[in-house]
Ligand binder design. Structure first.
Ligand code: NAD
Ligand code: TDX
Length: 332
């Protein structure tokens, strides 16, 4: 099996490439990644050059995409601009990569009749009230809030249209908030861990009552592999591990696990349009394809993640200062 993994040098894509190298050692993987601020070749270190090849390039580059798609059996599409706060400050790259990039890939997959799996997010469904008894399901109507989530929603709709109109052999997965090693320090959990490691206080947007449904990146990877191998063409699967926590609880737990007072954090400016709550009902993936998550103890997963950032300062340090300067400009 030959796989083309876009965005395979980013946080979740590189986790998937490592997962495939372990679980399907005879597969060949080509990673197509533009190595933006969020990508890092080092995320693929320790992988055999015979099995995993990195092509540095843009998913909007039609000629390159056409060639790489023609040479593969299947495409798993992770590449995206992925951070909500960046999308509020500068939306344009989100349109280019998330919409035009996805369009470029599905045109090539259509032309060469290749299996396509599209990685998306639960944010396409908008947000839930804190006391809503329902969770997101594959039938929840799309209602995205931010430039990031609206471009991801747009990319999902393109994939659905290509399935229906052109017979594209595609599946889609919408996953909840990922955590684990190699996540960029702009994101919530690594930002707070590295702020504490640098001797500063964690920053909570607004009241901190917003709820995210946390899943370890490796459980996301195992879900994607199951869908790639057993998923039904044209279907959408939601990936989630029943990990709902509010942001305040998460910050307090990080502080506790790092030996600090659990009240030792700051409230900073809220995110404009901040989604209140995400929650995934993953029963379709569990019952139809037999998937289940491995990391069911959030505190244990968080402990391991803290340990990883503590011992891998050389990985995150180069990105830290520029990231904090961006946050400082908007009072966060
Ligand atoms: P990330 O920002 O860490 O990585 C994105 C990768 O894509 C980087 O390696 C970057 O260099 C690459 N990339 C960006 N633009 C590109 C382009 N034009 N051409 C080629 N490569 C490009 O993101 P992530 O958190 O790993 O997210 C990966 C995917 O998973 C995204 O599609 C995201 O929407 C989705 N997702 C993320 C989460 C989450 O919690 N982070 C949850 C659900 C879904
Ligand atoms: O410093 C912070 N303080 C804070 O309170 C940061 C960076 C975030 N937050 C809040 C905002 C959110 O309520 O924490 C929550 C999580 O924030 P992010 O890590 O930015 O994630 P989120 O906006 O929920 O989106 C993530 O999950 C869905 C990913 O970044 C997306 O790529 C994915 O689609």
């Amino acid at each position: 099996m030959k796989l083309l993994v876009t965005g395979g040098a980013g946080f979740i894509g590189s986790n998937f490439v490592h997962y495939i190298a372990r679980e399907r050692p005879d597969w060949q993987v080509t990673v197509l990644d533009a190595i933006t601020y969020a990508g890092d070749e080092k995320n693929l270190k320790d992988l055999s050059n015979d099995k995993v090849k990195l092509v540095v390039g843009n998913i909007c580059d039609e000629a390159l995409v056409d060639k790489l798609v023609s040479e593969t059996d299947a495409v798993v599409h992770y590449a995206a601009e992925s951070h909500n706060d960046n999308s509020l400050n500068n939306p344009r790259p989100f349109l280019d990569t998330n919409i035009i990039g996805t369009y470029t890939l599905i045109q090539a997959a259509r032309k060469h009749k290749k299996r396509f799996h599209h990685i998306s997010t639960d944010e396409v469904y908008g947000d839930l009230e804190l006391d809503d008894p329902n969770k997101f399901t594959p039938d929840t109507p799309y209602n995205p809030s931010s430039p990031y989530s609206s471009t991801k929603a747009g990319s999902d709709l393109l994939v659905r249209a290509w399935v229906r109109s052109f017979g594209l052999q595609a599946t889609i997965s919408n996953c909840s908030n990922n955590y684990g090693p190699y996540q960029h320090v702009e994101k919530f959990i690594p930002r707070q861990i590295t702020e504490i490691l640098e001797g500063r206080q964690p920053r909570l947007y607004g009241t901190g009552e917003q709820v995210r449904d946390w899943i370890h990146a490796e459980d996301h990877s195992s879900g994607v592999l199951v869908i790639l191998e057993k998923g039904k063409i044209g279907e959408t699967y939601l990936i989630g591990a029943d990990g709902e926590k509010n942001n305040k609880e998460v910050v307090e737990l990080i502080l506790k696990l790092m030996g600090k007072e659990s009240t030792d954090y700051l409230h900073v400016n809220d995110r404009p349009g901040h989604d209140m709550r995400y929650a995934i009902d993953s029963s379709k993936l569990r019952t139809e394809l037999g998937w289940k998550p491995k990391y069911t103890n959030f505190e244990e997963g968080l402990k391991e993640t803290i340990a990883w950032y503590t011992t891998n300062e050389s990985w995150w340090k180069p990105q830290k200062q520029a990231t904090e300067e961006k946050y400082k400009k908007v009072g966060q």
